[in-house]
Design a protein around this ligand. Structure first.
Ligand SMILES: [Zn+2]
Length: 273
């Protein structure tokens, strides 16, 4: 089982680096004003604030052209992106920041705790497989300072574990009838960077795993209407969407957030033993 998973992940990395078009996915709506513009491997989400746009994560350098194409396809102009929010600074999420910033002038946000991941620490383990283009950070998150993107409000929450600065987003959206919907994305739930071997190899604090578990526990009672994952495979996103790319309603499920966190917490707990 573990071997099968490793093989699959390796194949996906290889495709993302060498034949990125094999990972292309049509863009689709996940909430009234939020759209999926990532690929079949890693997520990126366009936030439509009305007079300005935001983007959560950018995929890798090799795939970022698909993110830009997807935004045009949805009828938006990628040059209107004013905020680029990073869930964490691994290259599969931050590899395209430089290009998105250079076409849009958008402000780059990340957590202070992930500083160095895209420069001297070179993303720790994935760096060798993808092109690393460093970028300048404009703002650090503060959990008590929500980010306004036009009509949308994004609340951030530092949730260390997958990286020291992994950041979770809670977005307040509203449908056409004015009904409020909370959309949440946990910033990073992969257990691959929470093993003892990994912590030792990169000199990271083993306490991160415990912090991840506690973070899942602390957040699971937050009321969330729509759960979106940072990687579509986490939470089977592609299986849960409608055939109509504009119909987000199958994703409304107030039980999914707690269920998702419980499953991801379980993976980390297994590593505690
Ligand atoms: Zn990661």
């Amino acid at each position: 089982m573990a071997e099968a998973i490793t093989k699959n992940i390796t194949q996906v990395w290889w495709k993302a680096g060498n034949v990125p078009w094999e990972l292309q996915h049509r863009p689709f709506r996940v909430a009234p004003h939020i759209y999926y513009v990532g690929n079949t491997w890693v997520g990126a989400y366009l936030l439509d604030g009305g007079d300005e746009l935001g983007l959560i994560d950018t995929t890798v350098f090799e795939d970022v052209y698909q993110v830009i194409e997807g935004i045009w396809e949805l009828g938006f102009d990628p040059r209107s992106i004013r905020h680029i929010l990073l869930s964490h600074c691994h290259i599969d999420h931050a590899g395209g920041v430089n290009q998105i910033k250079s076409i849009s002038g958008g402000k780059v946000w990340q957590s202070k705790e992930d500083t160095g991941f895209m420069t001297h620490e070179a993303n720790l383990e994935l760096g060798d497989d993808f092109k690393i283009v460093p970028f300048a950070v404009d703002e650090f998150y503060a959990d008590d300072k929500p980010i306004r993107i036009g009509n949308l409000t994004v609340h951030t929450r530092l949730t260390p574990g997958h990286t020291p600065g992994t950041t979770t987003f809670f977005i307040e959206d509203r449908d056409e009838d004015g009904r409020a919907l909370t959309v949440a994305m946990h910033g990073g739930v992969g257990p691959n960077t929470m093993t003892d071997e990994y912590f030792e190899k990169f000199g990271l604090d083993k306490g991160l795993r415990r912090q991840f578990i506690e973070g899942c526990e602390a957040l699971k009672d937050v009321p969330v209407d729509i759960t979106i994952p940072s990687h579509p495979a986490h939470g089977d996103l592609m299986k849960r969407i409608s055939d109509d790319p504009m119909d987000y309603t199958p994703l409304i499920d107030p039980k999914e957030w707690a269920r998702f966190l419980e499953i991801r917490k379980g993976f980390a707990e297994k590593l505690e033993k």
